[in-house]
Design a protein around this ligand. Structure first.
Ligand code: NAP
Length: 264
């Protein structure tokens, strides 16, 4: 039973894994035995991440590279291959959001979000997938969102990217599943990380909205998402292909219900 989630010896690259959801995923995959590699753009955050792993008695490779830069990605993955081996598990987690109404959004800002949240998962996946094809084995997990299927004010670029990432996940599946590579997505609901910190302040109307609309009655924790990542990285998901696993406390199941407002 426990073997099902054993990742001993598997090389896992988690992009943007220095904090939040990526850090929780790295720690859990590390505890399951994976050789964890994490990248980010900020040296200080990479060092803090190293210290966190050390405090958990876990080893980690940290690499500074920008996931939007093809040649940087190539160099970063080559270093991983030299020191740890080919990537067996890729978690395309790095992501950014900018909350700007469409009418005010500079095209450069829109493109920047599409670049990080949609194009970069393609860039990194393309770089690692050839070795997965050779090995006839691999797991790719794309960090989608509930915005992969819904829109909302001010997040047009993010939702466009995450909606695209859902379909990219399905299209990668169409082309690569035959090589025993499982490509799936995770769609987190509202998770307490720095990405959502501005929305979680007490009294912020959005905080009230999340609390009242989420059937589970709370924000998600990064560890809630990491548990889903472990499943999708493990043998337990070997016949799950092109699926988006929503980890959202039920918010997507809950059309229009607001606690205390429209109870019948
Ligand atoms: P976070 O705390 O802001 O962390 C984002 C990570 O991405 C950081 O480690 C950051 O490192 C890295 N990153 C950003 N741009 C990068 C780039 N160009 N190259 C390399 N690394 C880059 O975010 P989070 O909340 O944990 O979110 C993680 C993922 O889950 C994202 O894809 C996000 O869209 C998705 N998600 C989050 C939520 C939520 O409620 N939090 C909901 C749905 C989906 P540096 O600072 O060093 O660049």
């Amino acid at each position: 039973m426990t073997d099902l989630f054993d990742l001993t010896g598997k090389v896992a690259l988690i992009t943007g894994g220095t904090q939040g959801i990526g850090l929780a995923i790295g720690l859990l995959l590390g505890k399951a035995g994976a050789i964890v590699c994490v990248n980010g753009r900020n040296n200080e955050k990479l060092q803090i991440c190293k210290d966190v792993f050390k405090a958990h008695d876990l080893d980690i490779f940290t690499l500074k590279f920008d996931v939007t830069d093809e040649s940087d990605v190539d160099k970063g993955v080559s270093m991983i291959e030299k020191s740890a081996g080919p990537v067996d598990i890729l978690v395309n987690n790095a992501g950014i959001i900018k909350r700007i109404p469409i009418i005010d959004m500079a095209i450069a800002d829109f493109k920047n979000i599409i670049d990080v949240d949609l194009v970069a998962p393609l860039v990194v996946s393309k770089r690692v997938v050839r070795k997965m094809i050779e090995k006839r084995s691999g797991k790719i997990i794309n960090m989608c969102s509930m915005m992969s299927v819904y829109g909302r004010n001010t997040v047009s670029a993010y939702a466009s990217a995450k909606g695209g990432l859902k379909l990219l996940t399905q299209n990668m599946t169409c082309e690569w599943a035959k090589y025993n590579i499982q490509i799936n997505g995770i769609g987190p609901g509202y998770i307490a990380t720095s990405l959502t910190a501005p929305l979680r302040e007490k009294g912020h109307p959005f905080n009230d909205l999340v609390m009242s609309r989420t059937p589970a009655g709370r924000w998600g924790e990064p560890e809630d998402v990491a548990n889903a990542a472990l499943f999708l990285a493990s043998k337990a998901s070997d016949f799950i292909n092109g699926h988006i696993l929503y980890v959202d406390g039920g918010i997507l199941a809950n059309f229009g219900y607001v606690k205390g407002e429209n109870e019948v």
